[in-house]
Design a protein. Structure first.
Length: 366
């Protein structure tokens, strides 16, 4: 310090030295100003949408923001890193993050994002979306503090199932089979149907289903059963009990069986009815060996009226079952007459009631 005061004293005593000293100080100050001016950068700083122009000699963005009193948190956005060196003319953007509520597939969490729209916020967070996923609010909606972003994960799944087609039991009446009897005509087999369904799931929960295809892979085969419909044949014998006692034309007799709705026809002994001429050795001889007689002889179905038995036809009278015929089946009786003309004239008559009596003629008369 003594040396400096000595220099100043000498300088002040000598006008030439004084001028030189003052000139040195001015020169140093000018140099300092030039150097400082060269260090100052003019930058445009936009913070949360508000733009200001700043002249600064700070080197990094962090120093500039600190100098401007701007705090940058972990989730905030800066257009350049905080450690980046500032250059004159830089335009720097700083955007503060805001809290939003994110519900993704029903799972909620709070996140911070500086992005202005929902779509940009999800992209920044690395959240990918499938084509079917739904987002609310829309991707182009603005993000504001405490915005709730809901992502519903939608998944469409096509499922294929095989189902059994149960067979049915079909019963058909069979007149050749006795009543109460059954016979399996065709065994049943189950079929298979393949169904394709489209299921829609939202956040893992199925909300919709529709059938898109249905195909019979194997057709079912119904079980077919024949059910006996043949009426049981009552076998009559002389010892069979009488079921009724009737009185006809002054005769009272017991009846073992009553036939209703019987058809009547007539035949003669000639070739048109029997195929036998008068020269035939059995011309006029019945199946039971008796000689035909009008008013007595009749052809019957032995399964209905036993041969040799007497029966009474309502409105006609007594007849005896002595003959058979290829066309005489069931409840049909062919009455013998002496001439072909009478047989033709008789024709076919229906609706008669017949009382089956037995091997003995009523009144025991011959």
């Amino acid at each position: 310090m003594k040396a400096i005061r000595h220099v100043i004293k000498i300088t002040c005593q000598n006008p030439l030295y004084l001028r030189i000293f003052l000139l040195s100080i001015v020169t140093a100050m000018a140099t300092t100003a030039i150097i400082y001016g060269a260090m100052v950068k003019r930058v445009e700083l936009t913070v949360n949408g508000q733009t200001v122009k700043v002249a600064t000699a700070k080197r990094t963005l962090a120093e500039v923001l600190d100098d401007e009193g701007i705090t940058v948190r972990e989730y905030d956005y800066t257009s350049v890193p905080l450690t980046a060196k500032i250059k004159d003319g830089d335009r720097i953007v700083v955007q503060s993050a805001v809290p939003v509520i994110l519900s993704d597939e029903g799972q909620r969490r709070i996140i911070f994002t500086p992005e202005p729209t929902v779509g940009e916020a999800l992209q920044r967070l690395g959240i990918s979306l499938r084509h079917e996923d739904r987002v609310h609010p829309p991707l182009n909606a603005a993000v504001t503090p405490n915005t709730m972003i809901v992502i519903d994960r939608v998944r469409t799944v096509v499922e294929e199932t095989r189902e059994t087609i149960p067979y049915e039991v079909v019963e058909n009446k069979d007149a050749t089979l006795p009543q109460g009897k059954t016979k399996v005509i065709q065994e049943g087999e189950e079929g298979t149907v393949v169904t394709k369904r489209e299921n829609v799931y939202v956040n893992g929960r199925k909300i919709a289903q529709r059938t898109i295809a249905r195909k019979v892979e194997k057709p079912k085969q119904d079980k077919v059963i024949a059910v006996g419909a043949q009426k049981p044949v009552t076998v009559l014998s002389a010892s069979s009990p009488d079921v009724h006692t009737v009185t006809k034309n002054g005769m009272t007799f017991g009846v073992k069986k009553i036939l209703r709705n019987v058809s009547l026809t007539a035949y003669d002994a000639g070739p048109e009815s029997t195929g036998k001429s008068e020269k035939h050795p059995h011309y006029g001889i019945t199946y039971t060996g008796t000689k035909v007689q009008e008013g007595r002889t009749a052809a019957v179905d032995p399964q209905v009226i036993p041969l040799g038995w007497w029966f009474y036809i309502e409105g006609v009278g007594l007849r005896r079952a002595e003959d058979i015929g290829s066309a005489v089946k069931g409840k049909k009786i062919d009455l013998y007459v002496d001439s072909a003309e009478d047989a033709d004239r008789f024709g076919l008559k229906r609706g008669y009631t017949v009382y089956v009596i037995g091997p003995e003629k009523p009144g025991n008369t011959k």
